[in-house]
Design a protein around this ligand. Structure first.
Ligand code: ZN
Length: 388
């Protein structure tokens, strides 16, 4: 799982900034430090983020109970306080300037093994962020103690890590034997959401995302399997598409949900029960090709996933409203125990509108309205802050 976000975890500690050597800037460093922060990633990883004004070059070394990140041609920044999340391996962070080389001294609770390349990213600026060197690590054994000392730091090498392509899994609800809800005009939820899902994939891919569909055709998939696909693809975001039905034919509008064990209201509870009921439809010959992925997340990680989901969902509601898509009366984001959202991937379930409402049924099956929905979802994804 590659989820990561600033603000996903409550920042509790006030960072300790110890400048061991900061000479007057007699040199003109090309790069400069902007911020330092840590966070917890699902899977128990500690994430360190070093934000710099230009693309950072770096090298790493691993003295006992430390990680040292050496940034050549980079100026320290005395004006910042590192933001340290609780529950990480990082005790404190310090900057040490020597000539035009900046070292970030990361004091750890435990030694770590050298960080694998796959756990290091250099992210391009986006939104409020500059360049970020992102390092993920866990407590390790052996190798760390044999690592060279700070003084023996190897020369910095240019980072060639490409900008990360974010992975989105789009889930068209229902399918196969399970039509979902059906409008008075005969429009089936499974068809509407598949059509929207396909359009959405095309647009997201065109916008630089790597998008996968849980189903590309009229097939039945268990809810846990949909969530498992998001896990297998190591998705950064999961979007489950649905359309609603209400006993009142007057009820219309979209609504957006995230996972919680307790429903936010009676309506959300009923909706989750209805959507979860999809799994009770028996299908002859269906083979589960994988055991349901069992997710044992710590409460801290669950909290992180929930906060990321909430932020995505809130943004999504905003873009729907901005696009003048009618909203069902109620809060922007509701919560309920949707089985399909039970994973380590942040995400939301979007009820795109009501098939039980005649006018909205007409809209939902029209290509123009589907395009409008897709455009709003694309905006919500593009504006979601994937990075720390
Ligand atoms: Zn549904």
């Amino acid at each position: 799982m590659k989820i990561s976000r600033r603000g996903a975890l409550k920042i509790t500690g006030v960072g300790i900034l110890a400048l061991t050597a900061l000479p007057r800037m007699a040199f003109a460093a090309r790069n400069s430090l902007r911020s330092l922060r840590t966070g917890v990633q699902p899977g128990g990883k500690t994430r360190l983020v070093i934000e710099t004004a230009t693309r950072p070059s770096y090298s790493l070394s691993y003295p006992a109970n430390q990680l040292v990140v050496t940034l050549p041609n980079t100026a320290a920044n005395t004006g910042i306080s590192p933001k340290l999340a609780s529950g990480t391996l990082v005790k404190s962070l310090a900057q040490a300037q020597s000539g035009d080389t900046l070292q970030i001294i990361v004091n750890l609770n435990k030694s770590i093994a050298p960080i694998q390349k796959s756990q290091i990213m250099v992210l391009e600026p986006n939104g409020d962020n500059d360049y970020r060197l992102v390092l993920d690590f866990v407590a390790g054994t052996g190798a760390a103690t044999a690592a060279p000392s700070v003084a023996a730091t190897t020369p910095a090498k240019k980072s060639t890590t490409p900008a990360k392509k974010y992975i989105i899994v789009v889930d068209a609800g229902h399918g196969g034997k399970d039509p979902g809800c059906i409008g008075r005009g005969g429009t089936r939820e499974k068809d509407v959401v598949l059509s929207v899902a396909k359009k959405l994939k095309t647009k997201l891919d065109a916008n630089g995302f790597q998008t996968y569909l849980t189903r590309g055709g009229d097939t039945y998939l268990k809810l846990a399997e949909r969530a498992a696909i998001a896990e297998r693809k190591k998705a950064d975001l999961f979007i489950s598409l649905h359309a609603n039905a209400n006993p009142s034919r007057k009820m219309k509008g979209f609504s957006i949900y995230t996972l919680s064990e307790k429903a936010s209201d009676e309506e959300a509870k009923k909706l989750a029960e209805a959507e979860n009921a999809a799994d009770k439809i028996g299908v002859e010959g269906f083979t589960e090709f994988e055991e349901n992925i069992r997710i044992a997340l710590s409460s801290l990680q669950q909290h992180a996933v929930a906060e990321m989901s909430e932020e995505y969902a809130t943004g999504c509601a905003k873009y729907f409203k901005k696009s003048s898509i009618e909203q069902q009366p109620g809060p922007d984001v509701r919560h309920a125990p949707f089985a399909v959202l039970r994973s380590t991937v942040p995400g939301a379930l979007l009820e795109l509108g009501h098939l039980s409402n005649a006018a909205e049924e007409k809209l939902l099956k029209s290509s123009a309205h589907q395009d409008k929905l897709v455009a709003a979802i694309v905006k919500s994804v593009k504006n979601y802050n994937f990075d720390v």
